[in-house]
Design a protein around this ligand. Structure first.
Ligand SMILES: Cc1cc2nc3c(=O)[nH]c(=O)nc-3n(C[C@H](O)[C@H](O)[C@H](O)COP(=O)(O)OP(=O)(O)OC[C@H]3O[C@@H](n4cnc5c(N)ncnc54)[C@H](O)[C@@H]3O)c2cc1C
Length: 671
């Protein structure tokens, strides 16, 4: 019998049930879908079918990431007391062969055994009066002309047919719905095993990852508290070789690195394995197989929504369930568009995580690099991490993994890349290549100004960002106009022909913008250098003054190195000359006074309560200042022939870095 004939015959079956929506699978994805749909009390006729009987176990690492915790709280508000639980930690230990060990301080991670978590999710939906079938296994999907019409299930040795208008496949990595509705040859399925251990020391709280780079996998230890005793979910999985998985798992358990964390632990039961259907997105972020088709949706693991590098899937399962139900609940979306909108929303949600550069640097890159390069990469990252590691979101695989690139990161990255390109050209040819000075100045300044505006917004809010920009742009446009007209402020000077596009025919537009960039990065760096120590009052007049003074010093320090470079580039000239590399000292005095005055005004516009710089924002502010200063110092020594200015600049940059590094991390944390 062909499939459509079988479907027609089945639908005429006397033991048939009929529903609007049938959900296969009562795991996190299925329960999140049903729970969200039940927000509308007049919900459709709905049936939830589950093969197992709750409470049931599910082979998993049981780790709830910082995204899973709010996802559960949002969909199941009645379970808010469950997570974060007493097992929550914010520390992960990432150990690469070598061994190179990185400690990652970050967002909360919880561990709740799936026996308990899934039981609670199931109860949360079953207790709301929805029709459920437990111990009922879906054997096949009924198709009619390519459209899903229902399922055939078996329960207690009896077969039943259930027809529906929409079938929701939430039946996990071995999904029957997925297999029956489309190709699976392209799926990327790997395997992992886990076992529980108990009797760990109470100090064992960190989540530990031991990377098996050769087989593209890792061994994990995720500790949790159960009835006052410390347990751990211990497991291993890899992407290249699923044979001998349990042997490798046992080898890892005996390894000295694991033994350090599992001292005195007793293993319970046996290691159990389960497949993971990893997500496969193209480079453009499209899924290899759609999450929907005529008459059906796929959710969670059934849609292959497991993070391709970390193996995490609970948060994506819950989110896909929520998003699917929200599409059905939204009366503005026509039924024919449900599948398309659902897929689009899921992709918007998962793309940043699945295509994360941070995860790639931390997990995949060490796995794909040839051994010598990998050693160099991990070595460099390790040193950088030790050096900068006290600041979250810094450098190195672990720091990068925390950094979610935002627009300002890209702009700063582009600016630093443009500067590197400039220096690459100089190293190869001995002189600046490519675009003329005026064009280069506009490019660098535009990238810098974009970065400053976005960084200021994220750090202190929009009001501060716009007021800072307006203040410094106005101050510089006025000062430069007076300066160039009278020669009284900075000494007598004239702009060169390379800088075109002048305000009122006098001051090149790029000048106030450059002034804004230098002011802003000086101020952002100063905010870090004088950030209050823990326990000290943040908003005091003395601190405001010292911040303004430090910013003014950094501001003029930059000009001491850069001003002679601009004479060399032809940006401007002092016809009367000057005692310092052709620049009159009056120029620096004016920079200092004007800088200090504007920073004092900035202190007035900062909001009361004085937010401290978040550590990520702090890092970027200092990096931007030091990057620009080092660029000008190199230019002074290498191209302009001013070694003394170069030394001053490099010493100043090193001093800023040393002072910044000397600050305790807590001083840089957001309150
Ligand atoms: C070893 C391992 C470790 C993992 N570690 C983590 C981790 O630490 N953190 C994390 O976030 N993710 C982890 N994952 C991934 C995570 O387990 C899944 O992403 C998550 O369970 C997906 O939820 P789901 O509801 O889509 O599927 P599932 O949780 O698999 O639920 C599917 C449900 O459908 C039922 N079902 C299946 N077939 C049928 C059928 N034919 N008829 C009726 N019912 C059926 C099943 O009984 C099950 O209850 C791990 C996975 C594995 C295998």
């Amino acid at each position: 019998m062909s499939r459509p004939e079988a479907a027609a015959a089945a639908m005429a079956h006397e033991d048939a049930l009929d529903y609007d929506v049938v959900v296969v699978g009562g795991g996190p994805a299925g329960c999140a879908f049903v729970r969200t749909l039940l927000r509308d009390p007049s919900h459709r006729r709905l049936l939830l079918i589950e093969r197992a009987t709750f409470p049931r176990d599910k082979v998993c690492g049981d780790a709830l990431t910082y995204e899973a915790i709010p996802a559960i709280q949002q969909v199941f508000p009645e379970l808010c007391a469950m997570t974060p639980s007493a097992s929550t930690t914010t520390r992960q230990l990432l150990v690469y062969p070598g061994p190179r060990e990185f400690t990652r301080h970050g967002t909360p991670l919880d561990v709740i055994p799936r026996l308990e978590l899934d039981g609670a999710l199931w109860d949360a939906v079953a207790s709301r009066g929805v029709d459920t079938l437990q111990g009922a296994r879906v054997e096949d999907v009924l198709l009619d002309g390519g459209r899903v019409r229902g399922v055939r299930l078996s329960q207690d040795g009896r077969e039943r047919i259930v027809t529906c208008r929409l079938l929701v496949g939430a039946d996990g990595s071995r999904s029957v719905v997925r297999r029956a509705t489309g190709p699976v040859a392209d799926d990327y399925v790997i395997h992992a095993v886990r076992q529980y251990a108990r009797g760990l020391p109470d100090t064992a709280r960190d989540h530990v990852f031991l990377f098996d780079l050769e087989h593209r996998g890792y061994f994990w230890i995720f500790p949790f508290l159960r009835d006052g005793e410390r347990w751990a979910n211990v497991g291993y999985g890899n992407a290249t070789d699923s044979r001998l998985l349990k042997e490798r798992f046992r080898e890892y358990c005996r390894s000295p690195e694991a033994a350090r964390h599992l001292a005195a632990a007793r293993f319970e039961g046996r290691p159990v394995g389960f497949p993971l259907n990893l997500a496969r997105l193209t480079w453009t972020g499209r899924p290899r197989r759609a999450f929907w088709g005529p008459g059906y949706f796929l959710l969670g693991d059934a849609a292959a929504l497991i993070h391709p590098l970390s193996g995490e899937g609970i948060s994506f399962a819950i989110e896909s369930g929520r998003l699917a139900a929200e599409v059905l609940l939204d009366s503005r979306i026509p039924e024919r568009a449900h599948g398309r909108v659902y897929q689009q929303r899921v992709l918007e949600r998962v793309r940043p995580a699945f295509l994360s550069i941070g995860a790639y640097c931390a997990i995949r890159l060490p796995m794909v690099l040839p051994a010598p390069l990998r050693r160099a990469y991990l070595g460099l990252a390790w040193h950088a991490h030790r050096w900068l590691g006290t600041v979250e979101g810094a450098v190195g695989p672990v720091g990068i993994a925390r950094l979610r690139p935002r627009a300002e990161h890209w702009l700063l990255g582009l600016l630093l890349a443009a500067l590197l390109l400039f220096w690459g050209g100089v190293a190869l040819t001995g002189r600046p290549l490519g675009s003329p000075y005026g064009v280069r100045a506009v490019l660098f300044v535009a990238l810098g100004a974009g970065f400053c505006l976005l960084h200021a917004r994220r750090w202190q809010g929009s009001r501060f960002a716009w007021m800072f920009a307006a203040l410094t742009l106005t101050c510089s446009a006025l000062a430069e106009t007076v300066g160039v007209l009278t020669g009284r402020l900075f000494g007598a000077y004239a702009y060169g022909a390379a800088l075109q596009g002048r305000l009122g025919g006098l001051v090149p537009i790029v000048i106030p913008l450059a002034w804004y960039v230098v002011s802003y990065v000086s101020y952002a760096a100063a905010a870090v250098l004088v950030a209050p120590l823990p326990g000290r009052r943040a908003a005091t007049p003395a601190r405001a003054l010292s911040r303004a003074l430090t910013a003014a010093l950094l501001f003029v320090g930059y000009d001491v190195v850069a001003d002679p470079n601009h004479l060399h580039r032809g940006g401007w000239s002092y016809p009367g000359g000057g005692v310092y590399l052709g620049v009159p000292l009056q120029n620096f005095a004016a920079w200092f006074v004007l800088g200090l005055a504007s920073f004092l005004v900035v202190e007035r516009i900062r909001r009361a309560g004085e937010p401290r710089p978040g550590s990520g924002a702090a890092t970027l502010g200092v990096l931007a200042y030091v990057g620009l200063l080092v660029h000008e110092s190199l230019y002074a020594g290498w191209i302009a022939g001013h070694p003394e200015a170069s030394v001053v600049g490099l010493v100043a940059a090193a001093t800023v870095v040393l002072v910044w590094r000397g600050r305790p991390m807590a001083a840089l944390r957001s309150p």
